[in-house]
Design a protein around this ligand. Structure first.
Ligand code: CA
Length: 341
């Protein structure tokens, strides 16, 4: 990571006691705003000494439950609830969040492929650099809230990256159980170095992620999991010392978390045509290897029979396509299986 200082400044004093709501100010000169800034919302709640928890959402702008959850938390979390410090960024890639898009409209950059960032780079690269070089080093634990976005729909899930040590893995799985979603997925990022997870793994950080719902919509069920889960996590991370306020939505009933993993490329079903995809399954179905996953319909070739896609392995369908239209290489379904280890 560059040792160059960030251009981003803030009115927040991270050491001050109490609750502050402010902005990160990213200078960004453009046609419509010559001396303008990008004002990225941030809140810090501090009460004495204790762990620091960093909570982020809006890494992808079209994933809404996390943004609502942290926006609500900013207005409900008070210093008396905690010992320590909670830093909250509800719209980490603010331009993408305002546009409701996965990537920033200013630079076309996916923030979650921009880490560890560049202090002299585009706005998204500068945000990644600030988070990686200023915020992550302050934190003892990190939670980054994602959903499936416009293009995917997910089951409410704790996403568990594989940290560098077994001790840390045990703590991350503990955090996933505390979060309270019915499903956990051990995620293998296949050596990816550009994600928020990757820099946290390299820094030996305790970090948990989520997938909540998706399809470009807001799921009230997923929101209920997230709004209860965020307080559960603050307790698990050791900062919550008071009872949380009553939840706005009753948390859906769920048993203990089912811990699963993505075993490899065979877990993914990809589209092969420019078509409408008709799924032959529902999210959360158990499926078998070889089973039809769905059909690709060709309305520009109405003489042609629909072309089936098949599951390559059996397991639980945790993710499917959001929109009806599909193109070669789009993810049609993801199958996860119970962990063996
Ligand atoms: Ca995402």
């Amino acid at each position: 990571m560059s040792t160059q200082k960030s251009y981003i400044s803030t009115d927040i004093d991270f050491d001050r006691e109490g609750k502050q709501i402010g902005r990160l100010r990213l200078p960004y000169s453009r046609n419509t705003s010559g001396w303008g800034i990008i004002p990225i919302p941030i809140a810090v709640v501090r009460n004495g000494s204790g762990p620091t928890v960093l909570l982020t959402a809006g890494n992808h702008g079209d994933e809404y439950e996390g943004q609502i959850t942290l926006n609500t938390l900013i207005r409900t979390l008070e210093p008396r609830h905690i010992k320590g410090r909670v830093i909250i960024l509800p719209a980490m890639n603010y331009p993408a969040a305002m546009a409701g898009r996965r990537v920033s409209p200013f630079d076309g950059v996916n923030l979650n492929r921009a880490f560890p960032g560049d202090p002299d780079g585009t706005p998204s690269q500068q945000i990644a650099h600030y988070v990686a070089s200023v915020l992550v080093p302050m934190a003892d634990a990190i939670m980054d809230l994602h959903s499936g976005g416009y293009s995917m729909r997910m089951l409410p899930t704790a996403i568990i990256y594989r940290p560098s040590t077994p001790e840390l893995l045990e703590r991350v799985i503990g955090a996933a159980h505390a979060w309270g979603c019915p499903l956990g997925i051990l995620f293998d990022d296949l050596g990816e170095r550009r994600t928020f997870d990757a820099i946290c793994r390299d820094a030996g950080m305790l970090k948990l992620g989520t997938e909540l719902a998706g399809g470009g919509a807001v799921s009230v069920e997923a929101l209920a999991f997230a709004e209860t889960g965020i307080w559960n996590l603050l307790k698990y991370f050791g900062v919550l010392v008071a009872s949380p306020p009553a939840p706005r939505h009753p948390c859906p009933r769920s048993g203990p978390m089912r811990l699963t993993e993505i075993t490899g490329p065979e877990a993914y079903v990809y589209a092969t045509g420019h078509a409408i995809f008709e799924p032959a399954f529902g999210l959360g179905d158990e499926v078998a290897a070889g089973q039809v996953a769905g059909w690709q319909h060709y309305l520009d070739e109405i003489e042609r029979d629909p072309v089936p896609l098949h599951f390559h392995k059996g397991g639980l369908v945790a993710c499917t396509r959001g929109p009806g239209r599909i193109e070669p290489g789009d993810l049609a379904a993801l199958v996860v299986t119970d962990t063996t280890g």
